[in-house]
Design a protein around this ligand. Sequence first.
Ligand SMILES: Nc1ncnc2c1ncn2[C@@H]1O[C@H](COP(=O)(O)OP(=O)(O)OP(=O)(O)O)[C@@H](O)[C@H]1O
Ligand SMILES: [Mg+2]
Length: 359
Amino acid sequence: MSDLELNQQLQAALESFKDPETGRSLAKTGQVTDWSLADGHAKCTLRLTSMIAPIASEVASQLQAHLHSRVEGLKSIEIQLDRFERAPQSLGQIGLKAKAVIAVAAGKGGVGKSTLAASIALTLEKLGSKVGLMDADVYGPSIPHLLGLEGRPEIVDSKIQPIRSGTMPVMSMGFLVERDQAVVWRGPMLHGSITQFLRDTAWGDLDYLIIDMPPGTGDVALTLSQLLPVTGAVIVCTPQEVALLDAGKAITMFEKTKIPILGIVENMSGFTDPETGKTFDIFGRGGARSKAEQIAAPFLGEVPIQMALRSESDRGELASVLKDPRIAKPFEDVSRALVRAITARVEANPMAAVSLPVL
Ligand SMILES: Nc1ncnc2c1ncn2[C@@H]1O[C@H](COP(=O)(O)OP(=O)(O)OP(=O)(O)O)[C@@H](O)[C@H]1O
Ligand SMILES: [Mg+2]
């Protein structure tokens, strides 16, 4: 086959490969560039946005396999990765600019929602995405404590300036009230503060806004669903039967507010003794996986009990303990699974409205 024919076949094969962010054909989005062909050997550049950065290399491998399987006579294909810019749109009436808004929730207190929300946010940022973290637990904000953040947000040009963990913007009621001060909230105040956090904070352009939900999330979930299109919820549960029953309640609650379930994470799933390497399934194991199967939601992975995670978060050092590769690994797996779950939903329902560059 001539290189000209090969080129035609490659372009045709590109038609049926979808950009994971928009669900649009890669042949139409201008994200595959710099083709070169010689004697059946091809090279090109695949350009993906920072939203897709956490799974960029697997998307490149999928594209490679896709082209190989469809184009006979293609001897090899080398795909370079590069960045593609596509700004997020404003969401709802509130002007927040984010590509995905994710609520991290559970039916039960103390299962690790805040730990997971903060760790997923930090991990997605580490993997190349633009991320913000919002603590929606206005009664008992714990994000500032976990991340060792303090200070009062300033107002600049009538926007609340978030406090940053490294470069990541974070907003929490914990920055606005004195520590240990009891906050007595009435429903409308709760609604008002969540609205302010979303609308009046200088978040910048985000790929992901991760929201740490309070326990028993009814009110906040309802408020969120009224303010903006929430991409979905991540349900955290521990392996005990009772936690799974409570996860069921959270799922029902999100269904009522029409917020999709993006997946379930099993936290405190087994404990590995650092001395002997032996694993103990203290609370049991695998319940979340079967719950996910039962409701046909993705299972996003397991996070084991890790002593350093608890002790360091209590000292405000969650961000530094996540630099330990052994601690970080399960969160990377969960974060990538979450990005896959989001892109799978997009693929099922491509974004018609996204503005695309003209080729
Ligand atoms: N995988 C884990 N390994 C060890 N400790 C953990 C793990 N996940 C969470 N913890 C610890 O469990 C406690 C509760 O976690 P966290 O505050 O994240 O739960 P929560 O669901 O947000 O609680 P609340 O319902 O009070 O908001 C914390 O001390 C935290 O450090
Ligand atoms: Mg919490």
